[in-house]
Design a protein around this ligand. Structure first.
Ligand code: ARG
Length: 563
């Protein structure tokens, strides 16, 4: 049972005639300063009922509470303050972590329910943007979080691999492209062709016509068009794969937009049968007035389908295929309306499970306060950013620990980890500015700082050659270790909160807090001191190391043993 419930029950025995257990539980606070104990019950709301000064009420309650081994009680002003039994709680918490190790915080509440997660989803023949990076790392962390709670995540990379742009690309390639150039540098070359096409089309409108014709051929299954499209897709994917390998993110499916080419008739048929399609100047729309939304355009007057038509087909497919408990879409905030419309149309079609569709939006990454744009080749190439982060990490390691073995691998884990951590540490809706030098710093609220704290714990345990063993006591009762123990004890509920809000930043903020609190403890306490609490202090170091590593893992970041 948790301490709050314990304290609430003790208070109920005294206050049962005035307040319910729930009311008591809800009013219990965590004092801001540790001199006021760990939990506090405010007496002033009782003043009216009991017709006494709150200070006196607090005094009386404190006197009537039954003595317990779990806490001591002390009235401070209008509050009844509870000081938890540090030794008992540290013993229980550290024993649990030492026993469960990286399984600490695991739960089965998910009951193996499936959660498809739509993440990354870059567009073929275009560079992966920082927005796609955000989707990739946020989605990956959400997958790890829900898995920790016993759900089955299923990561889908819904590639942008279909659309009129492929007609234009085919035209540009046939006119101005070369095979070698595409193979040597697929995305750069395809982007060049695409940009070229648009520049030339400004003065030569017949190009647009040609592009449309080639897209029509592609849709009709023309062999040459299909061959080129598939080749563009394969070459682009190879390049994306290099980034995924660096990030160590894997996908269960690469079913992108093209996968739904033959699956859009079903939703359209249902909409027709249900009389939900309204003709509007030759186009077919679904009216969403009652949802306070603009109508969803399902089919253009020339018969062409749209982004939302595919997402309707993909949602139906995912429900049928995975029978999901939740379907998560990690996509930038600028697509919020799209997902609102998608849910509304699904709801109109009579699908109650439309409510289980969760759009997890996020803000932009900016550079010097300005939006990063993919147009006109003004792009931040992800691979370049990751490469620079690794180089910077390498030079930091070179300076701090020149004799470290496997320096390159550690530099990769630190550099890439720094970029991921930086992305995840802010509430996902916040936009943030990207300054590489800040990302890879070993101090401040950074990934490397947390990794460094983990490595410090590893080093202490190596030097003392400490291992958990039966018969050790983990009872700590000093004020400094108590701050660390409380955080360790919180970890399972922190995971739950992060998963419930689809918010990896909850974990990132927690892990910074834990690292800072531990470093304060470390600066203040002699860990190796050959007294009866030494095992307990080392068990604390061991537990901090275990939880830091597991929390970083949930963010998709490695924790090297040395750095
Ligand atoms: N490819 C799209 C883009 O880059 C994102 C796709 C998101 N997923 C979805 N099911 N709509 O904007």
């Amino acid at each position: 049972m948790n301490e709050k419930t314990l304290v609430a029950q003790a208070l109920e025995k005294v206050l049962g005639e005035h307040l319910t257990l729930e009311e008591i539980t809800n009013s219990i606070e965590r004092p801001k300063v540790s001199e006021h104990g760990d939990l506090a019950f405010p007496a002033f709301p009782l003043a009216k009922i009991m017709r006494k000064a709150p200070q006196m009420i607090a005094q009386e309650i404190a006197e009537q509470i039954e003595p317990s081994e779990d806490y001591t009680v002390k009235p401070i002003g209008p509050y009844v303050n509870f000081f938890l039994n540090k030794a008992e709680i540290s013993e229980a918490t550290l024993s649990e972590i030492v026993e469960k190790q990286n399984h600490y915080g695991n739960q089965t509440i998910g009951n193996n329910g499936m959660i498809p997660i739509d993440l990354s989803a870059p567009n073929i023949a275009k560079p992966m943007s920082m927005g796609h990076l955000r989707s990739t790392v946020i989605g990956n962390s959400i997958a790890l979080l829900v898995e920790k709670l016993g759900y089955q995540p299923y990561k889908i990379n819904y590639l942008g691999d279909w659309g009129t742009q492929f007609g234009k690309l085919i035209v540009a390639y046939k006119k101005w492209g070369s095979e070698q150039a595409v193979i040597a540098n697929p995305i750069k070359e395809l982007l060049r062709l695409y940009v070229d096409f648009h520049e030339k089309a400004e003065t030569d409108p017949s190009l647009e016509e040609e592009g449309r014709a080639w897209f029509k051929k592609l849709e009709d299954g023309d062999a040459e068009a299909l061959h080129l499209w598939k080749w563009f897709r394969d070459e682009s994917l190879k390049e994306f794969q290099r980034v995924y390998d660096l990030l160590e993110v894997e996908f269960d499916s690469y079913n992108g937009e093209s996968f739904y080419n033959d699956k859009m008739d079903a939703p359209i048929q249902i909409l027709e049968d249900m009389n939900l399609l309204v003709s509007d100047r030759g186009a077919d729309i679904v009216d969403l007035t009652k949802y306070d939304l603009n109508p969803a355009l399902i089919r253009k007057s020339d018969g062409a389908t749209l982004y939302i038509t595919r997402d309707l087909a993909s949602a139906l497919y995912r429900k049928k295929e995975y029978n999901f408990v939740k379907a998560v879409y990690v996509v930038g905030n600028e697509q919020s309306i799209h997902f609102k419309q998608l849910k509304a149309v699904l709801k109109e079609m009579g699908n109650d499970w439309a409510d289980d569709i969760i759009h997890v939006p996020f803000g932009l990454i900016t550079k010097d306060g300005k939006k990063l744009s993919t147009r006109k080749g003004k792009i931040v190439l992800l691979e370049k950013v990751l490469g620079e982060a690794m180089t910077l990490a390498q030079s930091q390691i070179e300076e701090k620990n020149p004799t470290l073995e496997n320096k390159e691998e550690v530099a990769r884990q630190v550099g890439v980890g720094a970029v991921i951590f930086h992305d995840l540490k802010n509430d996902r809706m916040n936009s943030f500015d990207f300054k590489l030098e800040e990302v890879v710093r070993f101090e401040g609220e950074t990934g490397p700082y947390v990794q460094y704290t983990h490595a410090r714990c590893a080093s202490i345990l190596r030097k003392t050659n400490w291992h958990p063993a039966a018969g050790q006591s983990y009872a700590l009762n000093d004020a400094e270790s108590w701050e660390v123990v409380k955080l360790l004890k919180d970890f399972p509920s922190v995971i739950e909160k992060a998963a419930a809000k689809y918010e990896p930043s909850v974990i990132a903020k927690y892990v910074i807090d834990l690292a800072q609190t531990f470093n304060k403890y470390y600066a203040h306490t002699k860990i190796v001191n050959d007294d009866e609490q030494q095992d307990a202090r080392l068990a604390l170091v061991y537990s901090v190391k275990t939880v830091l590593k597991e929390a970083l893992r949930l963010l998709g970041v490695h924790a090297p043993e040395e750095m």
